[in-house]
Design a protein around this ligand. Structure first.
Ligand code: SAH
Length: 256
């Protein structure tokens, strides 16, 4: 269609004019290509993302009972759209999980907020996360605590999350590739542990690496069946567990 119009338009002009017209059209085309991506990542778009983020916080989080001011502030600050692939950016602030490749997902914003609030993060805390994925949960934690250690079993995801977190300037986050079942003994014990993949049972090394008075939040249940978020607390050496709500997480995998 476009080319037909152009041919008709060019019919009425001489050879020399045709050349200069094509040159002009090419320059126009090149300019529009050069300008479009700049506009797509410019201040107007940044504003649109920050408005979407504010709406996410007030409607999906505060509106559903997340009340920790620090958690709400953290989630209003972390640019969630930079933790998903380019073509999914427009959906980053929706009320759902999104694919991050390799069959894994970035959790729904409400679930991230809930898991962050329940461990009662403090500025002095050192927190371990199992299941780095995109790095989003780690970034939210890093807004609230002193140190975050995060482990991812899939090498490609571990690498891309490390890169992303470095580019975004998250210096408090240490990343590692490996099986999080074993935790991170050299860095433990931790004030809190956040597990973002569903395990069939609570890995004993993680319980050992939880500080006295510490809290762990972990989805427990069989893959593709019913799972519950379980809050594990260690008080005076005693470990208690409490089921909080049904959830659906990707499975906790094991190396080998
Ligand atoms: N917290 C992530 C969500 C990741 S989904 C985010 O904010 O994006 C769960 C992640 O746990 C997946 O990336 C999966 O590969 C990882 N995972 C599963 N089993 C694991 C294990 N044993 N050790 C470390 N990571 C694991």
């Amino acid at each position: 269609m476009q080319s037909t119009i152009r041919v008709r338009f060019l019919k009425g002009v001489s050879q020399g004019e045709q050349i200069s017209l094509s040159v002009l059209l090419s320059i126009f085309y090149l300019l529009s290509c050069a300008v479009a991506p700049v506009a797509a990542s410019g201040p107007a778009v940044a504003d649109a993302f920050s408005r979407a983020r504010q709406a996410m916080v007030s409607e999906q989080l505060a509106g559903r009972g997340i009340h920790d001011k620090g958690v709400l502030r953290a989630m209003e600050h972390v640019p969630r759209h930079l933790f998903v692939r380019d073509k999914l950016r427009g959906r980053a602030y929706g009320d759902f999980p999104l694919p991050i490749g390799h069959g894994q997902t970035i959790s729904q914003p409400y679930i991230v907020a809930f898991m962050t609030e329940i461990i009662e993060p403090q500025p002095s805390h050192r927190v371990l996360e199992i299941g780095t994925g995109s790095g989003y949960q780690a970034a939210v934690l890093a807004e609230l605590v002193a140190e975050v250690y995060t482990i991812e079993i899939i090498p490609e995801l571990a690498r891309s999350a490390e890169q992303r977190l470095r580019n975004l300037g998250y210096e408090k986050i240490e990343t590692r590739q490996g099986d999080g079942y074993h935790g991170w003994p050299e860095a433990g014990p931790f004030d809190a542990i956040v597990v973002t993949a569903a395990a069939e049972f609570i890995p004993p090394p993680l319980i050992r690496q939880l500080k006295e008075g510490g809290k762990m939040i972990i989805p427990v249940g069989s893959p593709f069946y019913i799972q519950h978020l379980v809050l594990v607390e260690k008080k005076q050496g005693e470990v208690s567990t409490r089921r909080l709500m049904p959830v659906s997480f990707v499975p906790f995998r094991r190396e080998n």
